[in-house]
Write a protein that binds this ligand. Structure first.
Ligand code: PMP
Length: 352
């Protein structure tokens, strides 16, 4: 028998959201926080054109895309590091700090990939329970010790949708020692409308130990192509560039991301529609009697405890796929109005 690392025996598998179909053939996938819209024709055309060069390796430095991001956010080229989805950038971060004995602090529950990546990198996860549905930043600061090399702060948090405001985040950053890297995971930043939730890009400039993770998977609708990136000061970005698997960001992904930045106005208009639907869905749920934490992301969170799997099954009967976390709750993405209506009907039925 081939032998593998012991950690693989106990590592929780990542469970991706799956589509479900109702008996009468309806299917609404609200389980992966994707964009509900078809790709833009201009992006599809750029990808089709790019397909003519797929016999060649992609640009390993993804120069055009890096330049486009630098221009878009007015950040130096050297502050950007790309990856095959922001989860891969997160993996590179874990591997860049990872050594036996090293600890990484993050809130729990948060993005399911963090414990997996910690295990893979051979570092110790220090999970700090949420206070209610929010990050407990005091407890997170207290969890930092000499072994800590990195802290993940997911803002807004997946799966609760809750976000951290400037008046809480800045004092927290000030408490973190300079040799501990703080990663602000802002996968859902484009959906934030609360002006008191700070943009991480305004925070990293004068903090060498702070960096920001962003993705083209959600607001930009490129989940299927896998492009994400980090913005941080030069030594942080350089570490991530060093740890990338050669050619990880493929040619079509680079082209689609550049085309998406060109078509950003159209994409952000779609984001605006999702934000409006988010308010409608949350208000309707509250009207039905649910408790729904305020969300700045493209999903809502229902804390269902022991009823979570029953709720997911009841939604599935209506063709609505949600993301259940057994014993805790369900995360439901905001889709198009028809999908949202199907979900609201299932939620109403479940409450009885
Ligand atoms: N961070 C958070 C908080 C997420 O929710 C996700 C996707 N579920 C990611 C990172 C990774 O996204 P991607 O790899 O598609 O960029």
């Amino acid at each position: 028998m081939p032998r593998f690392r012991h950690i693989l025996d106990t590592m929780p598998p990542y469970k991706p959201g799956k589509a479900v179909v109702s008996a009468d053939g309806r299917s609404y996938k609200l389980s992966s926080n994707e964009s509900p819209y078809d790709p833009l024709p201009s992006v599809v055309e750029a990808v089709a054109e790019g397909a003519r060069q797929i016999n060649r390796y992609p640009d390993p430095g993804a120069v055009k895309l890096t330049e486009a991001i630098a221009e878009r956010y007015d950040v130096p080229f050297e502050h950007i590091a790309l990856g095959a989805g922001s989860v891969t950038v997160a993996q590179q971060l874990f591997e860049s700090v990872g050594e036996p004995g090293v600890e990484v602090v993050y809130a729990w529950r948060s993005f399911e990939a963090y414990p997996l990546l910690a295990d893979l990198a051979g570092v110790t996860s220090v999970r700090v329970p949420l206070a209610g549905e929010d990050h407990d930043l005091d407890a997170m600061a207290e969890a930092i010790n000499d072994r800590t090399r990195m802290v993940f702060v997911c803002n807004p948090n997946n799966p609760t949708g809750t976000s951290i405001r400037r008046d809480a985040l800045v004092p927290f950053l000030d408490r973190v020692p300079e040799n501990v890297l703080v990663v602000l995971d802002e996968a859902y930043r484009e959906y934030v409308r609360d002006e008191d939730v700070p943009d991480g890009l305004t925070l990293y400039r004068d903090r060498p130990n702070v960096c920001v993770l962003r993705t083209f998977s959600k607001a930009y609708g490129l989940a299927g192509l896998r492009v994400g990136y980090l913005i941080g000061q030069e030594p942080v970005a350089a570490a991530i560039r060093k740890t990338i698997i050669p050619f990880a960001v493929n040619h079509l992904a680079q082209i689609a991301a550049v085309a998406s930045l060109k078509a950003e106005d159209e994409l952000l208009e779609r984001v605006e529609r999702v934000v409006k639907e988010r308010s409608r869905v949350r208000e309707a749920l509250i009207e039905q009697g649910w408790t729904v934490p305020p969300t700045e992301a493209n999903f809502v969170w229902l804390r269902l405890g022991e009823r979570t799997l029953d709720f997911a099954a009841a939604c599935a009967v209506e063709g609505v796929a949600v993301r259940p976390f057994a014993g805790e709750g369900a995360r439901v993405s905001i889709g198009d109005p028809e999908a949202n209506d199907a979900f609201l009907a299932a939620a109403k039925e479940f409450r009885g």
